[in-house]
Design a protein around this ligand. Sequence first.
Ligand code: SF4
Length: 499
Amino acid sequence: MGDTPPAANVLTDRLLRSWLRCRRKAWLDRHGDATQRRWSAHRNLMLDDQQRCFVALMPQKPAHGQAGCAAGAEGVVGLRLKGRGPGGELVEAHPPLLRRVSGRSRWGAFSYQPVLARQGRRMTREHQLPLALMALLLEQEQQAPVRDALVVGGGGMGRRPARDRVGLSAGLRKQLGDALRKLRVDLDRSDPPPLAADRRKCTLCSWRGLCNAEAAAEGHLSEVSGIGAKRREMLKELGIHGLHDLAAADPDRLAEQMERFGEQHGEVARTLVAQARCQRDGQPERLQNTPALPELVGAPGVLLYDIESDPDARHDFLHGFWRLPCRADGSWDLTAARYQPLLVLAEHGEQRCWERLDRYLSVHEGWPVLHYGETESLALRRMAERQGVAEHKLMLLRARLVDVHARVRSHWRLPLNSYGLKAVAAWQGFRWSQTGVDGAHALLWWRQWQGDGPNRRGTTNALGWIFTYNRDDCRATWAVADWLLRQTPASFQSGDGGS
Ligand code: SF4
């Protein structure tokens, strides 16, 4: 890395990967205003993962560039490949790792294959086609065929990464040629291609700020909570192109029309129209005239609970609680609120983790445990089951766990494009003390703190940042719960003091 960037008309493996993810992203990568890009922890996590996979595959340090290849090193990094694509276009690729394999190349009685690390469980075209491009250019560079390329994934934490071979078939080479041609057409456009059909991808994208603003400004259908790529296509077929069209639609007629695509779609049509109207008008709408959180009436206090996880290691490394007592007059004593992080190291084992959690929960017997989304309750209940907790105790635990997200959904329609914690709490005026931080960021800090194991920990500041982030998520959950409590219909209020 660090060498001169590719010339403006060159197609690169990175642009190709962006394009395979979202056509618009490739265009923005080339022509967009770089100051509009937002840093995302996802890329650093990816590089961190890649490093772990490569070290597990090849423990010795790789050599660098042309000199490494000429010396026949087992692994080589930092070689930028340049040449011509299948259609004669100028192309460049920067393989993250080259691995020595049998064969004969211009460097001697060996040749190289490109290696890529994948995140996620499956190999996709996002891996295969950039690899095919690297292989094509490597063949030109080493003057020897590349029979296959390697994808490694799921390594780290003491596990051997899985290895998948990608055969460089004629079919894959043809797909590469087609993709490069279409990429060229998209890059030559004067305007960016449309927003991604599946906007879930946008969460990880560095252009999300720009695209979210555009989607909001144009009332894009994906802005309506509950509309994914498939429903958007159906609605467009029915002549509904944006939030305002949907808000103006007749719900019964739309339900009839959408039933064409399957009965279940008809059922959701009314909900979608109501959601679009709610967002257009900016007014929350009550769906049930009963208290959303009856469990809190008369409780001595509440525990706000949030977990931080490393999904690849399948490890919940932090169980955070924000303990909020209730005063004798029924009001919530924010001045006495305390945060309690329970940090869980994999080497300590689950039994010890459960004992600590059980002890903490027992000390707060009778305090409802509020969390946002089902992750926390699933993790806690499953752990209790694995630890052989008796059925009656499991029932008590289940009864204590209150999913605030589920209560929001069942009691309110909100003028928001997402019912996620970040969106709902921010709508209630909650502000996180660390700006721009998300779960991926916390995971990156965790990996940095873990370093190379118990004897070589990274900076302890990272732990402090994780705790602050986790504590803020607990407080954000309270901000939403508190709003729900304040909306309790008058007929159900019995002199509770609010906060
Ligand atoms: S934010 Fe979404 S639509 Fe925009 S470039 Fe990224 S993936 Fe594509």
